[in-house]
Write a protein that binds this ligand. Structure first.
Ligand SMILES: Cc1cc2nc3c(=O)[nH]c(=O)nc-3n(C[C@H](O)[C@H](O)[C@H](O)COP(=O)(O)OP(=O)(O)OC[C@H]3O[C@@H](n4cnc5c(N)ncnc54)[C@H](O)[C@@H]3O)c2cc1C
Length: 835
């Protein structure tokens, strides 16, 4: 996979042709230097050392990128000694790319000036393309698998190795970099030339890890020395603001606009002065180097003098947030995976080692941004590394039973399940909803609304058996977090907290005695998802009382029909607010047998609308089975969508369950220090518009994102801030849904038709205009957060995110690369800690 191939710009046919046969002679040890032509501008030497056998096993290749021109003599990394250890293995090679800036000449030499950026980038990428297309197949002609390529580099070579890893990710197994200069733009902040740009949204609120203490003046001096080197290495600022030269910029924005000239970059002229662009050589050494001799590096003193004339204020208008950039970028195929990264840097040697401090900062920043920006890779990235793995789930019931009824989940929530890698199981279990058909009580069609993929969403809407959904979530939890994560027979009773932790207490519901596994447990966060009768909520709202009864009761059942009805994936919504019937199929297994497992709900008003009593009727146990006689009669003659409600659905159903339709008034607060509410505990709503569970899933995703956002680079989580952010983001929209559902939500189309034509109609649009009908659904989608554009955009942004759950097994290669004598052994995950 090659991103931005055009940047490398040299077609293979222009390359020096190396006869394949030269490599097919099987000699145990092979040493050769190959010249690779780079366009018309010169060539690069590839130094090859290899041990070759005629086995079919997978070859192993180490690609070395030398440190390059010395940027500052005393603190520069030592060139790593050749990694001969690898050559003890047959079928392996070490290949050094001597890109044309790789000789350790001082930067003052004219030779270095002739090899300025982007030349080193072209050299490395062109050589790599030639290597993989021509040289390696010739070296290992019998290998059945493509060689495993590890790349190592330091200083400028380290930056080039990083660029290679981020633009040719799937071609590499690992990358090891030492003291790499991956961000040329940050130097100005440390040289006192521009004020440090604020972090992007994603990084705000993080506590910064204290950098090793080094004299600020030493840092400034070192930064200015590197800036002087920069003016020699890059003809214009746009060439070091290019991610190919400063690969950190693949992961985040630079924090300011790209200056047009070096003088402007240093604040010596402002962009408003509209300075006439100068020829490259003059610009590079211009205003602070009087004689314009390109072989002379401007002295640090002259640079400092020039800089003292500008003010930080001058730069303010060019400051931008250092917004994080997603990697891989949107639109890149899903199978792109980040190679394993090892990042090494020495901490500063003493309190005057400004150069060491700058390189160390670049290393820790790179590790941090790789963790945050990379959505998929063999290193997985993101939240898993954040220590949120010691998770326990406590359930009051002593066994998990599966109610034989269904649930419908909106695309916005299915997207989250997709990103958790659960879509394949959902596809093989549930039914992708195709349409939602509304009828009046006489069976006259009101509106047929396409749903999920049929409506143009890129993510399906699902109807699924509750028990099966619960089971697939439970399996995922047990697979990923461990079998002993879920603790049954633990009823939450109370909690205490202090500045550092929260402790929850549990009893056994049946006996009231202390729970056996965990009578209490102490942790960082307590999330109360204990439903509409939440005990945690009651602790904070003791006078709230029982849920608020709508005056209507729902009876639910499930029955397998011998044939599918309508499309086999249609939902039926029939009637009006006081008498309603809903039916939809929920089982892929049943559909595969040509049948249809149909979930149905019959709803009736049982208490007068004017009755001020809002307490729900007994029994408290809403999951008990009830006789059908209590509700079936009013539905005897109802028919729609090819179904007879009484004969086809109610009568043949075995068990029927009763639910008083209740909700709760929105509250002002869900989060209390380290405890927060989630799902029905936070925002119980009428079961209208297939939303309660969908919103609980959205809550969970939001909460997880808030925890990641409020985690510092050092891994410390500001729990209270995270829970407050979660509340700020989720409370207002869910409160709006609670209120919208009291106004019938999307079912308002039924109510409109019923109120305007209670005895039926011939033409629905003469009763309710088309626009008015369709507006009900679109307004509700907006309130409930599942507008198509929004869901599809988010789906595109997060393509491939589910791969993090499947990438771990691919992360096991050996790396025996050598960098500064410090790396040996197994590759580790992205490593911000210097070795
Ligand atoms: C008839 C009906 C139809 C619905 N249809 C849909 C639909 O199609 N789509 C949709 O998205 N939503 C639907 N909903 C809403 C949906 O079921 C709920 O919004 C969703 O189940 C809420 O999930 P939750 O985890 O917050 O709470 P619950 O599902 O209620 O789970 C709470 C859990 O906490 C446990 N618990 C309770 N107290 C304690 C305690 N003290 N200690 C430990 N554990 C405790 C309970 O045993 C339970 O397992 C419907 C609801 C009803 C009533």
């Amino acid at each position: 996979m090659l991103l931005r191939l055009g940047r490398c710009g040299v077609a293979n046919k222009l390359l020096t042709r190396v006869a394949r046969s030269a490599y097919s002679t099987r000699i145990p040890f092979h040493r050769e230097t190959v010249k690779v032509s780079i366009g018309g501008s010169g060539h690069v030497d590839l130094e090859i050392q290899a041990r070759i056998s005629d086995t079919e096993s997978r070859p192993s290749v180490l690609l070395q990128l030398p440190a390059g021109s010395r940027l500052e003599a005393p603190a520069d990394p030592q060139e790593a000694p050749p990694d001969n250890a690898r050559l003890r293995n047959l079928h392996s090679a070490i290949i050094t790319i001597h890109y044309r800036l790789s000789s350790p000449l001082p930067l003052t030499a004219t030779a270095a000036l002739d090899h300025r950026f982007p030349m080193p980038v072209h050299d490395v990428h062109t050589s790599f393309a030639y290597l993989t297309s021509t040289i390696l197949p010739g070296l290992f002609p019998y290998a059945l698998e493509e060689p495993r390529i590890d790349v190592a580099g330091s200083s400028i070579g380290g930056a080039l190795a990083t660029t290679l890893a981020l633009t040719e990710p799937n071609a590499l197994n690992s990358v090891t970099i030492t003291d790499a200069l991956v961000d040329w733009c940050m130097l100005d902040e440390h040289a006192g030339i521009v004020e440090e740009a604020p972090p992007g949204n994603y990084l705000r609120g993080q506590r910064k890890k204290a950098p090793p203490s080094v004299d600020p003046e030493a840092i400034q001096t070192a930064a200015r020395a590197l800036i002087a080197a920069r003016t020699r290495l890059f003809p214009t600022p746009s060439s070091f603001f290019d991610p190919f030269a400063s690969p950190m910029l693949f992961l985040r924005a630079p924090g300011r606009d790209t200056p047009r000239t070096h003088a402007e970059a240093l604040g010596l002229v402002t962009s408003s002065q509209e300075a006439e662009p100068e020829p490259h050589d003059t610009i590079a050494y211009g205003p602070y180097n009087d004689d314009h001799d390109p072989t002379r590096v401007p002295s640090i003193d002259s640079l400092a003098d020039s800089m003292s004339n500008m003010t930080l204020q001058q730069q303010q208008n060019r400051r931008r947030r250092k917004v994080i950039r997603r990697w891989p970028p949107i639109g890149v195929p899903e199978d792109v995976m980040l190679p394993r990264f090892q990042i090494f840097s020495r901490p500063p040697r003493n309190d005057t080692d400004g150069h060491g401090w700058l390189l160390h900062k670049q290393a820790t920043d790179l590790a941090d941004y790789l963790r945050r920006a990379c959505f998929c890779g063999r290193e997985k990235g993101f939240a898993e590394d954040r220590g949120f793995t010691d998770i326990h789930i406590f359930e009051a019931s002593s066994r998990l039973t599966t109610l034989g009824v269904g649930i419908n989940v909106q695309p916005s929530a299915v997207l989250i399940l997709r990103n958790l890698g659960l879509l394949p199981t959902l596809l093989s279990t549930g039914i992708q909803t195709k349409e939602l058909n509304f009828y009046d009580r006489h069976g006259n069609p009101i509106l047929s609304e396409p749903r999920g993929l049929s409506a143009g969403y890129t993510i399906p809407q699902f109807s699924i058996h509750r028990g099966e959904l619960q089971q697939l979530l439970r399996s995922a939890v047990e697979d990923r977090l461990g079998k002993d994560t879920i603790h049954l027979n633990h009823a939450f009773t109370s909690y205490t907290q202090d500045a550092n932790s929260v402790t929850a207490h549990f009893t056994q519901r049946s006996t009231g005695e202390l729970a056996t596994d965990h009578p209490s447990i102490t942790g960082d966060i307590l999330i109360a998802a204990d439903g509409i009768n939440s005990h945690a909520r009651k602790l904070h709202y003791p006078t709230e009382g029982p849920p608020r009864f709508s005056g209507r009761i729902l009876w639910r059942g499930c029955i397998e029909l011998p044939n599918p009805y309508l499309t086999g994936a249609s939902m039926i919504w029939d009637g009006h607010a006081n008498q309603k019937f809903i039916a939809y199929p929920i089982s892929a297994r049943s559909a595969s047998e040509g049948k249809s497992l149909v979930n149905w709900i019959a709803e009736l008003r049982v208490r007068d609308e004017s009755d001020p009593d809002l307490t729900p009727p007994p029994p408290a146990d809403w999951t008990r089975s009830v006789p059908k006689e209590t509700f079936q009669e009013p539905f005897r003659k109802w028919r729609c969508g090819g179904l007879r409600m009484m004969e086809d659905l109610i009568e043949p159903t075995g068990k029927v369950y009763e639910f008083p339709m209740c909700d709760r008034d929105p509250v002002e607060r869900w989060s209390f220090g380290r405890m927060t509410l989630l799902g029905d505990a936070a925002h119980a709503m009428y079961p209208i518009g297939s939303n309660g569970a969908s919103q609980a899933i959205l809550d969970a995703e939001c909460l997880a994102a808030c925890l990641v956002e409020h985690t510092s680079g050092a891994g410390d989580v500001d729990v209270e801030a995270a829970l407050t952010t979660y509340q700020t983001r989720r409370l207002p929209p869910t409160a709006a849904i609670v209120m919208a559902n009291r106004g019938n939500g999307p079912d308002q189309v039924l109510q409109l038709a019923h109120e305007r034509a209670p005895e039926g109609f011939d033409d629905i649009y003469s009763v309710v205009p088309k626009d008015e009908l369709e507006a009900v659904g679109s307004v509700y989608k907006k309130i409930a957060g599942f507008e198509m554009e929004k869901v599809n955009a988010r789906a595109a942004e997060t393509v491939g995110e589910e791969r993090r759950w499947f990438g771990a097994d691919k992360a096991n290669g050996e790396v025996d690369g050598h960098a500064n004598g410090q790396v040996e052994g197994r590759a580790r995950h992205v490593n911000g800690t210097p070795a």
